[in-house]
Design a protein around this ligand. Structure first.
Ligand code: COA
Length: 218
């Protein structure tokens, strides 16, 4: 399903749970050496998905180590993003000639725990989410907002190498179009010679999962 919300120039792979055939490469073992079994399993399946996507892209499908602040280290000439949540793992990769940065995030389509919306959403975002929960209750808009902010961060970080607080992006959803715009309140991101004040995103709610992407095209 992730291919529905990313550009055609990307390659994707996804899994609805952990795959027995998924394995880690020896260089990746230290990353999850002390991890609990659940974290190790989701990491392993997501790395497996990432290697499938890299192979489809025609890129080397070797070890994908973890860099600063948890960002995956893609091979030279590749950009990408990884997500995992209960029952779902996915990876998306592309060539920098087409895509400058990409972030994807999956979440279970369940209400956010009490207090989380207030912690991650600006006042006007909270109003918009509450209105959408009433007018279009088939979608968990609170969870979708959270996911969209995580996708914003995953696309933002490789460009800026800076953390982004939840209140540093203001998101506006197009409920009918399956898109959203993120206004970057912490200051713009630079992509080559471009100065970006907004990111464009897409969203989907399907099979009990909410899924978001943010793409910065080349
Ligand atoms: C990093 C973060 C976004 C991950 O999101 P999550 O919903 O917890 O988890 P997901 O499974 O969807 O994504 C985890 C993957 O994100 C990727 N990731 C982690 N840090 C990253 C970073 N700094 N940049 C890009 N990708 C990153 C990794 O591939 C990671 O999986 P892995 O450790 O198995 O390689 C989240 O934990 C976080 O720190 N959020 C705070 C920052 C933020 O979201 N700000 C909002 C700004 S509007």
């Amino acid at each position: 399903m992730i291919e529905r919300i990313v550009p055609t120039e990307t390659e994707t792979a996804e899994a609805y749970g952990d795959l027995p055939e998924a394995t880690l490469l020896p260089e990746e073992e230290p990353i999850v050496k002390s991890a609990v079994a659940k974290r190790r399993a989701e990491f392993t399946t997501a790395r497996h998905c990432a290697r499938q996507a890299l192979t489809r892209l025609g890129a080397p499908a070797g070890a994908i180590l973890t860099g600063e602040r948890g960002a995956p280290l893609w091979p030279e000439g590749v950009v990408g993003s990884i997500t995992h949540c209960e029952g779902y793992r996915a990876a998306v990769v592309a060539r920098p000639a087409h895509i400058t940065s990409i972030g994807v995030d999956a979440e279970p389509a369940l209400p956010l725990p009490s207090g989380v919306l207030e912690a991650v959403a600006l006042a006007d975002e909270q109003v918009a989410v509450k209105e959408l929960l009433e007018s279009a209750p088939d979608v968990r808009w609170d969870r979708l907002l959270f996911s969209a902010k995580e996708s914003v961060y995953k696309a933002w970080y490789p460009l800026t190498r800076r953390f982004l607080e939840f209140e540093e992006a203001r998101l506006v959803f197009d409920p009918a179009g399956g898109t959203f715009t993120a206004h970057l309140l912490a200051g713009p991101a630079r992509a080559g010679s471009r100065t970006l004040h907004t990111f464009d995103g897409r969203w989907l709610s399907q099979d009990g999962i909410v899924l978001t992407s943010v793409t910065v095209p080349a």
